[in-house]
Design a protein around this ligand. Structure first.
Ligand code: THU
Length: 144
């Protein structure tokens, strides 16, 4: 049996890096790219989209989850790669913000997966499962 995540890991990180360059972040200047890997090998990306009303800005992970959900995905989330920085460079590794952890959990919970979150920095990579970032999550099962 092949290890899909191992096979697609570099492509996932590369996709997040490409997505980062499509960020609309004129206010913070901090560009973030995210890439989601699904169990059919598909990769769905997103980048942060800011707003003149600052608090309405959307993070890269939330944009990626919205695109995937709109495309009909309801689970199958195996991994997430996220990276960000200023001036077109990747800075230190960042992990998804609290709201994005909850948004990721929705897609993960629908398929019963615990995705690996790969936080890519200029000099380091930090990995952890989503359940470590968001223990005891509230999710779809609580409303069933
Ligand atoms: N940002 C993300 O896109 N993802 C995160 O997980 C953390 C923060 C964005 C939001 C805002 O556009 C910029 O980074 C600075 O906070």
């Amino acid at each position: 049996m092949t290890d899909l995540l191992a096979d697609r890991r570099e492509a996932l990180i590369a996709a997040a890096r490409i997505a980062m360059d499509t960020a609309y972040a004129p206010y913070s200047g901090f560009h973030v790219g995210a890439a989601l890997l699904f169990d059919d090998g598909a990769i769905v990306t997103g980048a942060n989209v800011e707003n003149a009303s600052y608090g309405l800005s959307l993070c890269a992970e939330t944009v990626a989850c919205s695109i995937a959900t709109h495309a009909g995905r309801r689970g199958g989330l195996l991994a997430v790669a996220v990276l960000g920085g200023t001036g077109g460079r990747v800075d230190a590794a960042i992990s998804p913000c609290g709201r994005c952890r909850q948004v990721l959990n929705e897609l993960a919970a629908l398929g019963g997966t615990d995705p690996l979150v790969i936080c890519v920095g200029e000099h380091e990579v930090v990995e952890m499962r989503l359940s470590v970032l968001l223990p005891n999550a509230f999710g779809p099962a609580n409303l069933a």
